[in-house]
Design a protein around this ligand. Structure first.
Ligand code: PXL
Length: 279
C-alpha cells in the first residue's frame, strides 16, 4: 500500500491535526502512519482555554530510530502543528532520514489565523518554521502564516497580482511549490492558488464562498491535498479535490453552527471525498 506519515499533535477534543488527518487520508485509500507530537485536551484556538499539553518531543527521535531499523519508506511526509522549536528541529532531521527522490514532503506551517499567531508561538518559532519550509516540496500556508513567514503586513484585501508575488517570495524560502489557502479575491469565491517554481506556472481552484471561519479547515485541506498527491494526482487535480472537499465540509457544518469551534463536520461528507479520489 502507498504510505504517508503525518507528524502533528493529537487534540483530544476539537477536530484538527491528527484526528482530521488520519481519518481523511485513510478514507482516500492511503495507509497513514502517525507521529503524535503532543497530546492536548483540546486545540489551542478560539473557543478553548485551560487546555492540557503533554509534550511528546523526546519520543519522536526514538520512533524515527525504530522505523529506520525497519527500513520503512513513505510516499509522502506531511507535517502540521508543531509545538516548539526543538520539535521543528527534530522533524527537520526526520526529513533528512526519510526524505528522498521518491518521497514528497508537505509542510503545513501552522502558525496562526486571522492575523494572529496561535497561543505560545514566538518570532523564533516562526524562524524555525521558515527553515523547515525550505526543505519541503509543498508548503500550505494561509494569509496569516504568509505574513509571518515573509515578515509582511497581514492583509484581508488583495488581488491576483499580490497573491502571485507572495507565492514567488514563498518559493524563495526554498520550497518548490507553495500553496496559498483561503484565497478570496471577492466575497463570492474562496479557494487556493499554487505556484510551481520549477515550471514558473500558477494554478488555482475556487468554490463558492461560505462566509464562516471554522476551525481546522486548513488541516482538512492539507490532509486531502497530501492524500491526493500520494494517490498520484497532479498539482491541479490535488488542489481541486482539496478545495471541493473543504467546501463540502464547511457546507455540512453550517447546520451545526453550535459546533463551529470544535471544527468542521468532515465526517458527514467522507463519502464525497472517496468519490473524488475515484475520478
Ligand atoms: O488546526 C491547527 C491546530 C492544530 N493543533 C493545535 C492547534 C491548532 C490551531 O489552533 O491549537 C493544538
Amino acid at each position: 500500500m502507498k504510505k504517508v506519515v503525518t507528524i502533528q499533535d493529537v487534540s483530544c477534543f476539537g477536530k484538527c491535526s491528527l484526528t482530521v488527518a488520519l481519518p481523511i487520508i485513510s478514507a482516500m485509500g492511503i495507509e497513514t502512519a502517525v507521529i503524535p507530537t503532543a497530546v492536548l485536551s483540546t486545540h489551542t484556538g478560539k473557543g478553548f482555554s485551560n487546555y492540557t499539553f503533554r509534550d511528546l518531543t523526546e519520543d519522536i527521535p526514538a520512533i524515527a530510530e525504530h522505523w529506520k531499523s525497519m527500513e520503512l519508506k513513505f510516499k509522502g511526509i506531511y507535517t502540521g502543528y508543531l509545538g516548539n522549536i526543538r520539535q521543528v528541529e527534530i522533524v527537520s532531521k526526520f526529513f533528512d532520514d526519510f526524505g528522498g527522490d521518491d518521497t514528497f514532503i508537505v509542510v503545513d506551517p501552522v502558525l496562526g489565523d486571522s492575523g494572529q499567531l496561535y497561543a505560545g508561538f514566538t518570532n523564533d518559532f516562526v524562524n524555525e518554521m521558515k527553515k523547515l519550509c525550505s526543505k519541503a516540496d509543498y508548503i500550505i500556508p494561509n494569509m496569516t502564516e504568509v505574513s509571518f513567514l515573509l515578515g509582511i503586513p497581514y492583509v484581508e484585501e488583495y488581488d491576483e497580482e499580490y497573491v502571485h508575488n507572495v507565492l514567488r517570495k514563498l518559493s524563495e524560502l526554498g520550497c518548490r511549490t507553495p500553496v496559498l489557502t483561503g484565497v478570496k479575491y471577492d466575497k463570492e469565491k474562496q479557494g487556493a492558488v499554487a505556484y510551481d517554481s520549477e515550471t514558473d506556472t500558477f494554478c488555482s481552484s475556487f468554490s463558492r464562498n461560505i462566509d464562516y471561519n471554522f476551525h481546522g479547515t486548513g488541516d482538512i485541506f492539507s490532509s486531502v491535498f497530501t492524500g491526493a498527491l500520494a494517490l498520484g494526482k497532479n498539482l491541479e487535480q490535488s488542489l481541486d479535490i482539496a478545495v471541493r472537499y473543504t467546501y463540502d465540509c464547511i457546507e455540512a457544518t453550517v447546520p451545526h453552527l453550535e459546533e463551529m469551534w470544535y471544527g468542521s463536520c468532515f465526517e458527514l461528507c467522507l463519502d464525497k471525498l472517496i468519490g473524488y479520489t475515484k475520478n
